[in-house]
Design a protein around this ligand. Structure first.
Ligand SMILES: NC(=O)c1ccc[n+]([C@@H]2O[C@H](COP(=O)([O-])OP(=O)(O)OC[C@H]3O[C@@H](n4cnc5c(N)ncnc54)[C@H](OP(=O)(O)O)[C@@H]3O)[C@@H](O)[C@H]2O)c1
Length: 250
């Protein structure tokens, strides 16, 4: 029976170089290339106690920060950013030599400008901005901007195309999309995502229920074929993989 011996990557310089090159985007892809980064337990749960941080392994943290270091734009759902407490991107020691420029701006995707979201982004300007749908009240946007929140208004029309257009407007070629599951479902189903970098945390969460990797709001389903492009393991025993959306397989 054929078997694959996975490369184990630690935190030594040779491992970091190998991880960096394993995470290079598939050649010949679209611009911008939108690359979703997610972690799931082996049973497909995406959170522990409501947070994905509970699943993270040391290797996943290296990978998460490598994807930020590679990107020229980070996009993430507002719900995720508030739950996980994501602020502006910070340079990560391991990847400093690989990225010669300051960390990428982070844009939080939202449909509403909640007080909590405005509070979270206040004073951060482009380093931690918000992108809202075009129906958001203009006075609300002006008030957020007075508080030092940079607010991008997405184009009307299909959501995935509007997110891609925003990335183009911001001059991004490689976009790191950090979820969460609801936005991943929407952007995948609308063909806005090009790659999925999926960490499999080496554990089963006993008793997890109804918290899969992608979650639609209206029960809609979509089949999105992918092919594995790279895989490696680490000293923590997890499996770290890169998948490419297989448009020929649709
Ligand atoms: N395992 C992982 O890798 C991973 C990664 C990320 C997050 N998570 C976890 O997932 C949970 C949050 O995920 P989630 O799925 O509830 O939220 P989410 O994917 O972060 O997305 C929902 C957020 O996106 C905004 N949004 C903007 N346009 C939208 C649209 N057209 N459709 C849907 N949402 C839109 C919503 O804005 P409004 O708030 O204005 O409605 C909401 O804030 C957290 O527990 C987090 O820890 C896990």
């Amino acid at each position: 029976m054929p078997s694959t011996r996975l490369t184990e990557l630690g935190s030594d310089p040779a491992s970091l170089a190998a991880m960096w090159s394993a995470l290079a985007p598939e050649p010949g892809g679209r611009t911008p290339t939108i690359r979703a980064v997610m972690i799931a337990s082996l049973d497909g749960s995406t959170t522990v106690d409501g947070r994905s941080g509970g699943l993270g392994t040391p290797t996943d943290q290296f990978l998460f920060h490598a994807m930020r270091a590679r990107a020229d734009l980070v996009i993430v759902g507002a719900a995720t950013a508030l739950t996980e407490g994501y602020g502006p991107a910070q340079p990560h020691e391991a990847w400093r030599a690989y990225r010669g420029t300051p960390p990428p701006p982070v844009v939080l995707l939202a449909r509403t400008l909640s007080d909590q979201l405005v509070e979270h982004c206040a004073g951060h300007g482009d380093a931690l901005a918000v992108a809202v749908t075009p129906d958001v009240d203009r006075d609300r946007i002006a008030e957020a901007e007075r508080r030092g929140v940079r607010v991008h208004v997405l184009d009307p029309g299909p959501y995935g195309a509007a997110v891609r257009a925003l990335a183009t407007r911001l001059g991004a070629e490689e976009v790191d999309f950090e979820g969460g599951p609801r936005l991943l479902a929407r952007l995948l189903a609308e063909d806005a995502v090009d790659e999925l970098v999926l960490s499999l945390a080496p554990e089963v969460i006993v008793g997890a229920h109804g918290d899969p990797l992608v979650r639609t709001e209206d029960g809609a389903t979509a089949r999105v074929p992918l092919r594995v492009s790279d895989a490696f393991t680490g000293p923590d025993g997890g499996l770290y993989t890169r998948w490419v959306v297989d448009r020929d397989g649709r």
